[in-house]
Design a binder for this molecule. Structure first.
Ligand code: FAD
Length: 401
């Protein structure tokens, strides 16, 4: 899927302008186009474009992709992994027999953008330099290299961890991101049939990973879910040294050749730094509002959810020509997503304490309540009541530090 250069007539009034074609923006564009709305989806990059990510798709993410109508295409392109093995700081091993898919994000996001186009959206390349609402009730967006602005009745900002547009509108605060991660691709003759994660003390509350991509290729990376000055440099130094501490990944890396050098990106998690989700006729979705989960750093499923919720609100606002109906979107985020973020944040705080991380790992190996708690976090299909219980349990544990 290659986005063409922006060639739309200047006097067009789109029902919705979606800025950014990652999972959040594509989900919003797909849902709105399915409602028969005229949607312009813009991304600053030519697709397919690289996106720094672990490329792991949980069962939850696959369920979201299925709702958007891309599950089959994703399964055909992806590599299936039967489970994950996690190592605590003292290398206590925990097997999580949950299935995952891995797929390079350049491919996943291209499939999503392609689906938006088949649903009826117009997808073009264009970097939005500013976006604002005018007094006549339209949204105008300046696009780099184009004299005339793009006009729409509503807009969604889905620019990921790049928050300049959202900050300019007072949607997010100017603070630091939640974390930073790096990853590279390597090829190795050593076969690793599971995802591996390792929580060494130097990365807490983050972790290092090696995820099989199929065909002898691995996505190898690490992230810290706490913003640290100059974290990029220390992460690059830590990556190989940390994974060399595990016998499983040591051999893999010793015999590996580098396919791509390490590249980094920021993470915005747990709705951190968000002031509001709506201003006038403009909403913000996905990682721009910190939709990525604390503790695990998974973001594809949650980005899609925010895109779908915003699209529903925009659809209703378009039908009634009432921007006030956009407020259903923040209400839904608060009611359905906030409890999950709070539980994950509490899990992250507990896992950030090395001895508690070891303790949780040891006890979850032996079964019982703690394993149930951990499984509730790793396989997130939990009810609000269960999430509240998880949050309470992790916060209580973290107080023992
Ligand atoms: C190191 C790392 C590892 C990760 N691993 C995983 C993982 O294994 N599994 C998982 O589920 N999640 C993972 N995540 C999180 C995941 O990458 C994000 O949560 C997800 O990409 C958020 O989707 P999004 O659509 O909000 O933003 P993005 O995917 O970042 O998409 C934003 C889009 O907006 C475009 N854009 C930006 N500014 C403009 C502009 N001004 N005009 C037009 N377009 C613009 C960008 O080009 C981009 O295409 C990881 C993140 C990092 C950093």
């Amino acid at each position: 899927m290659t986005a063409q250069a922006l060639d739309v007539p200047p006097d067009d009034l789109w029902d919705a302008l979606v800025i950014g074609a990652g999972p959040a923006g594509c989900a919003a564009a797909i849902r709105l186009a399915e409602q028969g709305r005229r949607v312009l989806l813009l991304d600053r990059h030519r697709f397919p474009r690289e996106k720094v990510c672990g490329d792991g798709l949980t069962a939850d993410a696959v369920a979201c992709l299925a709702r958007l109508g891309v599950e089959e295409a994703v399964r055909q392109a992806a590599h299936e992994v039967p489970g994950l093995v996690a190592y605590s700081p003292s290398k206590v091993e925990v097997e999580v027999p949950a299935p995952f898919l891995t797929l390079r994000r350049e491919r996943l996001d291209a499939l999503l953008a392609e689906r938006a186009v088949t649903a009826g959206a117009v997808f073009r390349q264009g970097e939005v330099s500013d976006v604002r609402e005018r007094l006549d009730g339209t949204v105008v967006a300046g696009v780099a290299g184009r004299a005339e602005p793009v006009r729409a009745r509503f807009a969604a900002i889905a620019t990921g961890a790049t928050t300049r547009l959202a900050k300019g509108l007072g949607l997010v605060a100017g603070g630091a991101p939640s974390g930073v991660g790096i990853r590279c691709y390597v090829r190795s003759p050593v076969v690793l049939d599971r995802m591996v994660t390792f929580y060494p003390v130097c990365l807490l509350p983050g972790y290092a990973w090696a995820f099989p991509m199929g065909g002898g290729e691995y996505n190898v990376g690490c992230a810290t879910l706490r913003w640290r000055h100059r974290a990029w440099r220390s992460l690059s130094q830590a990556l190989m040294a940390v994974l060399a501490q595990l016998p499983l990944t040591r051999e893999l890396l010793e015999r590996a050749e580098t396919v791509t050098p390490p590249r980094g990106a920021m993470l915005r998690c747990g709705l951190e730094g968000v002031r509001r989700l709506v201003v006038g006729r403009i909403v913000a979705i996905g990682e721009t509002i910190g939709s990525t989960l604390p503790f695990t750093g998974e973001g594809v499923a949650m980005a899609i959810r925010t895109g779908e919720m915003a699209a529903e609100a925009i659809g209703n606002a378009l039908a009634a020509d009432s921007p006030a109906l956009l407020n259903a979107y923040p209400a839904q985020v608060e009611a359905t997503l906030r409890p999950r973020y709070l539980a994950y944040r509490a899990a992250q705080a507990a896992a950030a304490v090395p001895w508690l991380n070891d303790f949780l790992a040891r006890h979850s190996r032996e079964g019982g309540v703690l394993r149930g708690l951990l499984t509730g976090v790793v396989t997130p299909a939990a009810s609000s009541r269960r999430l509240r219980l998880l949050r309470w349990a992790f916060r209580t544990l973290a107080r023992w530090r």
